[in-house]
Design a protein around this ligand. Sequence first.
Ligand code: ADP
Ligand code: MG
Length: 291
Amino acid sequence: ATPTAIMVGTGLGAGRGVLFKNATAIETSQKIDVVVMDKTGTLTQGAPEVTDLIVEGLPEIDALALVAAVERESEHPLAEAVVRHADAAGAARLAAEGFRSVPGKGAVATVDGRRVAVGNVRLMEAESVELGALGAAQQELAAGGRTAVLASVDGRAVAVIGIADAVRPTSAAAVAELTGLGVEVVMLTGDNAATAQRIGEQLGVTTVIAEVLPGDKAAKVKELMDGGRRVAMVGDGVNDAPALAQADLGIAIGAGTDVAVETADVVLMRSDPLDVAVALRIGRGTVRKMR
Ligand code: ADP
Ligand code: MG
């Protein structure tokens, strides 16, 4: 691109909150073959809400109190949703000891002298918990696009919590527009495969890479870069920063964490997934004026 094209592109972008950090970012955005989108907080609102609660073997309110005691110590957005729900239901506030977060899986702690684990199927496997009937409930929730959080007390499965995180209103349009530009769209997430698959279907994303541990996101991006394909990564979270750095073009959702915004080459101030397509079109010189 000529210096003039870069200046024009920078100005067009700034006019709608698409901030290119430097000239290279504009040049790279014209050559992107693959756009990898983080699911939570990028394609979805990142504002999870509890929608379902299935409890076995103890009163619901007691299960909520035990689960919330663990989740109160966690910084995960799912944990916040669980705590809010427990508080709204009037569950007792119990103290947790020996809290330990298990990245990409969940968290464990001792509450009232009992070992409480809260997280996904892989955490339950690690804890040697038999899911029994709650396994079917988990699968049903996941098939419906819900994130299912499981809980065990002293090695026994006690609860499944269904959590919904609404997709952003423009996510499907963004996927369609990127596909129309001849770009392959890939969804990358730490969430359960069935949940991710369902949300991918809703949005028209054909390639879904799920159950990726936080530390493995960058390696997945690197794999997609094999064979010289140029890859953009779009993300919002602390977890996403290494993948944003690894990609040819890192794009941060403006409402995301500071570290993601700092690491990225492009920042979408309006947090609108459609602006990913705008960024690529600015690189291609096909954006003439602001909408
Ligand atoms: P994402 O890439 O979707 O942001 P994470 O890597 O942070 O996901 O987490 C992956 C999965 O681990 C979550 O979908 C959830 O099933 C489980 N998990 C992690 N932390 C917690 C927690 N504190 N409470 C419940 N589940 C958790
Ligand atoms: Mg995210």
